[in-house]
Design a protein around this ligand. Structure first.
Ligand code: NI
Length: 167
């Protein structure tokens, strides 16, 4: 397993739309394992392949916060959305920024596992929010896109400045 480098907003590679996974082989398993390791190391509760510059529809999540519930979703697709929820979100690609976003509170989801098995599940609360956030990444979308233009512009300038200082 290996740690992968996480891209930071406003890197244009975060805007690339990911392609469906069609080959379920050892390389895919390695990608899932590397993504979990990278997410735990950060630390974070979710990571999309887009964030490590791999443009395939792969997401890992662990909302347990103690590393006890690793989940992975290949080609995830939301089937139904119900209710509304406002939650403060952050993102490993938008470091240091936390803002409230409104999303569906309950979802159902179709996806595949690393072996290619087709599965479905229901999720609510934090897990539902996290899945929606990560699927957005696969579509080249960030949580800051839901904020006002003024806030988006401030965040972009702040992160650009920090990246310049970091060299
Ligand atoms: Ni994110």
């Amino acid at each position: 397993m290996a740690l992968r480098q996480i891209l930071h907003h406003p890197d244009p590679r975060l805007r690339v739309k990911a392609e469906p996974v069609t080959v379920f082989d050892a390389d895919l398993g390695t990608l899932v394992d590397d993504m979990l390791e990278t997410m735990y190391d950060a630390p974070g509760i979710g990571l999309a392949a887009t964030q490590i510059n791999v443009h395939q529809r792969v997401v890992v999540i662990d909302v347990s916060r103690d590393g006890s519930a690793p989940m992975h979703f290949i080609n995830p697709r939301i089937l139904t959305r119900d209710g509304e929820e406002e939650m403060e979100e952050g993102c490993l690609s938008v470091p240091g920024i936390f803002e409230t976003v409104r999303r569906a509170d309950r979802i159902t989801l179709a996806y595949q596992d690393r072996d290619g098995n087709a599965l479905e599940m229901a999720a609510d609360g934090l897990l539902a929010v996290c899945i929606q956030h990560e699927i957005d990444h696969l579509d080249g979308k960030l949580f800051v896109d839901y904020l006002s233009q003024l806030k988006q512009s401030r965040i972009r300038k702040k992160l650009e400045k920090e990246q310049r200082l970091a060299g």
